[in-house]
Design a protein around this ligand. Structure first.
Ligand code: ADP
Length: 156
């Protein structure tokens, strides 16, 4: 059983995240989508709301679990027996951050490696903060995020 952890803020989950998740599921038997709070970012949705949106958006995908952690991602991965972390790369601007994050993770625990997927051209411009900005300007976001996210925005 090959298990990986896909950590992120997922605030909210977007079609870009879902694309990376589906591609990771072609390699790993199980992928745990892990809400790991990024304290540099102010969050829009609570962890509970984010879990709910991700669970609904991934209910038809086999091999997906959803969880959250307050601690280090690598410690979580080790605890659940995952061998790899999954991350996505969009523009060059993602690279610097991901590169130092990968180095820090490697420093903490070199037994956990990271697999990067390049964003596909259709969703490479999507970010959670952009979704938030578009929604607050009344732009239709329904082609950019799962249905559960649109519903949660309407509920808020
Ligand atoms: P974080 O705050 O940890 O960066 P995010 O939820 O913003 O969390 O992103 C989680 C991961 O998914 C990151 O590796 C990010 O680069 C990747 N990602 C986000 N949006 C996209 C997208 N549209 N296409 C591909 N990867 C993406």
């Amino acid at each position: 059983m090959k298990r990986a952890v896909y950590p992120g803020s997922f605030d909210p989950i977007t079609n870009g995240h879902i694309d990376i998740l589906k591609r990771a599921l072609e390699i790993f038997d199980e992928v745990i989508v892990l809400i790991a709070e990024n304290h540099e970012k102010k969050s829009r949705f609570t962890v509970k709301e984010r879990v709910e949106m991700i669970q609904d958006a991934t209910k038809d995908l086999e091999g997906v679990k959803v969880d959250s952690t307050e601690g280090l991602t690598v410690s979580y991965a080790k605890r659940v027996g995952a061998t790899h972390l999954i991350r996505g790369l969009r523009a060059v601007s993602d690279f610097e951050y991901e590169f130092s994050l990968a180095a820090a993770n490697h420093y903490i625990d070199e037994s956990i490696d990271i697999v990067f997927f390049m964003a596909n051209s259709e969703s490479s411009f999507i970010s959670s903060s952009m979704i938030d900005g578009l929604y607050s300007e009344n732009v239709d976001i329904s082609n950019l995020v799962p249905e559960s996210v649109v519903k949660m925005y309407k509920k808020k």
